[in-house]
Design a protein around this ligand. Structure first.
Ligand SMILES: Cc1cc2nc3c(=O)[nH]c(=O)nc-3n(C[C@H](O)[C@H](O)[C@H](O)COP(=O)(O)OP(=O)(O)OC[C@H]3O[C@@H](n4cnc5c(N)ncnc54)[C@H](O)[C@@H]3O)c2cc1C
Ligand SMILES: *[C@@H]1O[C@H](CO)[C@@H](O)[C@H](O)[C@H]1NC(C)=O
Ligand SMILES: *[C@@H]1O[C@H](CO)[C@@H](O)[C@H](O)[C@H]1NC(C)=O
Ligand SMILES: *[C@@H]1O[C@H](CO)[C@@H](O)[C@H](O)[C@H]1NC(C)=O
Ligand SMILES: *[C@@H]1O[C@H](CO)[C@@H](O)[C@H](O)[C@H]1NC(C)=O
Ligand SMILES: *[C@@H]1O[C@H](CO)[C@@H](O)[C@H](O)[C@H]1NC(C)=O
Length: 561
């Protein structure tokens, strides 16, 4: 909050503490009243004299919500008191709370939105961070978990706003809007997928999160789209959002929802993290928990079965995947030098017998081809049980790969299967290659309801491919990155002309990133970016508006236009 502002709203008998009475500007305009930044503002000794004259009755205005503010202009505040702040939040709407304060306006509007118990330390600190970076012309970065594959949460020589510790989470038992009536979960930006799953499960509910337990919901995940084990049943994570609290690049605190700041609300659901504002919290739909089944399959490469193995992958794509995802299953698979692995498969609401039946076409193919394989399915009482079952023993290591990706639409997968399998073979024999399969048509009425690339709605699976990092040979790492840009991703582009990639699982060097990562939504996203970030304070690689900036070799970020 600005001290000057607080003073401007105070009554006549208000003294000024020394630090506020800095003489910064001279106002020679005698037709205006004097304000604290004017040279003519009485200094502290003059106020002390007034205090003597009125027998010590001069009161220094302290904003009532001061206990909710950790710092003021970067200085720690002795008045900060979490417990008092909590009490204030509970009693703020009673007149009695304000009666004993000489300055707290009951008509909040006239405080100029500077100090209330909800503009707490978090909001204040984020605003100060943005303001400081803006004033100092320093690069600003938003970081949450740091998972981003494209380097969007890292910036050389930058000030970073770190939202990882915003861990609040609460159940809104009956959220109600024109679009949705039902249970919802409101969570701070730092809440991770597994934390959200556990919280929801404790209320007999599920929410759409990531496959990886530590990807947080509100940051790059939801803002980029967000797929996960419940995506085929309910849609993308971005489709579930009911409301977001945001601090914009100009320092404004806004709610984005179906009725408030609707353009920003649209952009934050799939238009990418790190560029429209700092999301403090997100409120998402929650659904009743159900039983769920999981399955895994392994077809090992034996040295001599490569042709049959890749033919079986083609059969899997054609005959098993569509039925699986249409029935609500989320299917991850890997084609690698060691063979073909389908795991995890998560089918919420299906029995294991139902899941087996959907897998049967693949089993038939393997048996007919005489390929060795292992297959197992398990039924679980709840989603969380299934999720934890398939995660057991898995170590989610930091990615050891540079990454590229492409979305594969259903028509290409089904009608040009042979060409596609040839491309998969080319990639998987020399690089890591995984497919994440879903049918995400259920979350939205129209693909344009949210900013997520519309291409997702006709996608059967997204391919993520990677070349290994070499921690002792940087040139080998650079060569691997080059292969992604010049060979591996173009192999997939050739069979998906005019296609798309998932902005969170793409090559950071993706040419024509605007069309590839955002499609027809880019133009509108850019307009919204200019509206909320007119000075282009927020930048991230491949983010909306990033084409106006260049990152130099020394890490300096420079405006191009
Ligand atoms: C191991 C691993 C597993 C993954 N699994 C999945 C998966 O199952 N499904 C899926 O869809 N994706 C998955 N991803 C990709 C993931 O969605 C992205 O990495 C995503 O960017 C992570 O978001 P984050 O906020 O946690 O990470 P960060 O790297 O901290 O941030 C990512 C981007 O969001 C911005 N951002 C972060 N927080 C905020 C905020 N509070 N307000 C505004 N902007 C913010 C950052 O500036 C950056 O641009 C996975 C990634 C990894 C490394
Ligand atoms: C009201 O707030 C705005 C935005 O922070 C600020 O620019 C302006 O100076 C404030 N006005 C007063 C009277 O304090
Ligand atoms: C005015 O004087 C009284 C009595 O000394 C003191 O308690 C009060 O803090 C003073 N007010 C200001 C604004 O300094
Ligand atoms: C998604 O599944 C539904 C049935 O649940 C089906 O009607 C639709 O065609 C599928 N679409 C895509 C693109 O996967
Ligand atoms: C993860 O890292 C640990 C420790 O370096 C290693 O032992 C393990 O094999 C790695 N797991 C995977 C899946 O890469
Ligand atoms: C990394 O590069 C070094 C030097 O070229 C090489 O000896 C080593 O095998 C490479 N490591 C991996 C994991 O590729």
């Amino acid at each position: 909050m600005s001290t000057r502002t607080v003073l401007a709203w105070s009554s006549v008998l208000v003294a000024i503490v020394a630090m506020l009475a800095r003489h910064r500007f001279f106002s020679g305009d005698l037709s205006c009243r004097t304000i604290p930044s004017d040279a003519a503002w009485p200094d502290i000794s003059v106020w002390a004299k007034l205090n003597d004259t009125v027998g010590g009755k001069l009161v220094a205005a302290v904003p009532l919500a001061a206990p909710c503010h950790k710092t003021l202009n970067g200085q720690p505040r002795a008045l900060y008191d979490e417990e008092k702040c909590a009490v204030l939040r509970d009693t703020w709407f009673f007149p009695e709370t304000h009666l004993e304060s000489p300055s707290s306006p009951m008509s909040y509007f006239f405080s100029n939105n500077t100090c209330n118990p909800w503009l707490g330390p978090i909001l204040h600190d984020i605003r100060e961070g943005i303001r400081f970076a803006t004033k100092s012309n320093i690069r600003l970065v938003i970081r949450n978990t740091g998972h981003d594959y494209l380097g969007k949460s890292t910036g050389a020589h930058s000030l970073s706003i770190w939202t990882h510790n915003l861990k609040s989470i609460e159940l809104l038992g009956s959220f109600s809007s024109s679009e949705y009536i039902g249970p919802a979960v409101k969570m701070g930006a730092g809440v991770e997928s597994l934390e959200a799953y556990k919280f929801a499960a404790s209320h007999g509910l599920v929410v759409v999160g990531g496959n990886c337990p530590t990807v947080a919901l509100a940051g790059g995940f939801i803002q980029g789209g967000g797929h996960g084990p419940l995506a085929s049943k309910y849609g993308l994570a971005a489709d579930q959002v009911l409301e977001m609290e945001v601090v914009t690049p100009t320092g404004d605190y806004l709610t984005a929802s179906a009725t408030k700041n609707t353009d920003l609300f649209w952009a934050l659901r799939g238009g990418g993290g790190g560029t429209f504002g700092v999301v403090i919290s997100v409120t998402v739909k929650a659904f009743p928990d159900t039983h769920a089944s999981t399955a895994s399959m392994m077809v090992p490469y034996t040295g001599a079965n490569a042709d049959a193995l890749y033919a079986a992958i083609g059969s899997f794509i054609q005959n098993a995947l569509p039925g699986l995802v249409d029935a609500g299953a989320f299917v991850s698979w890997i084609a690698a030098p060691f063979g073909f692995m389908v795991a995890p498969t998560m089918a919420p609401g299906l029995t294991s017998a139902e899941l087996d039946q959907l897998m049967q076409p693949m089993v038939d193919t393997l048996q007919a081809a005489g390929l060795e394989y292992q297959y197992a399915s398990v039924q679980h009482a709840s989603f969380l049980e299934g999720y934890q079952f398939y995660q057991r023993g898995a170590s989610w290591n930091v990615s050891d790969y540079n990454l590229g990706g492409r979305l594969i639409p259903r028509d290409v997968a089904l009608e040009r299967t042979d060409v596609l399998v040839e491309a998969i073979r080319h990639i998987s024999t020399t690089a890591l290659m995984s497919g994440v399969s879903y049918n995400v048509t259920h979350g939205v009425k129209s693909p344009d309801d949210v900013a997520v690339h519309p291409y997702f709605r006709k996608t059967l699976f997204g391919i993520a491919l990677g070349t290994p990092l070499n921690y002792t040979d940087w040139s080998a790492t650079l060569a691997g990155q080059d292969r992604i840009t010049k060979d591996l991703v173009p192999t997939l582009e050739k069979i998906t002309p005019g296609g798309a990639a998932y902005l969170n699982e793409a090559n950071f060097e993706q040419p024509d990133f605007q069309r590839t990562l955002y499609g027809d939504h880019y133009k509108r996203l850019l307009e919204i970016k200019h509206k909320y970030d007119p000075e282009s304070i927020m930048y991230a690689k491949t983010a909306v508006g990033s084409e106006n900036w260049e990152e130099r070799d020394d890490g300096r970020l420079c405006r191009l236009k």
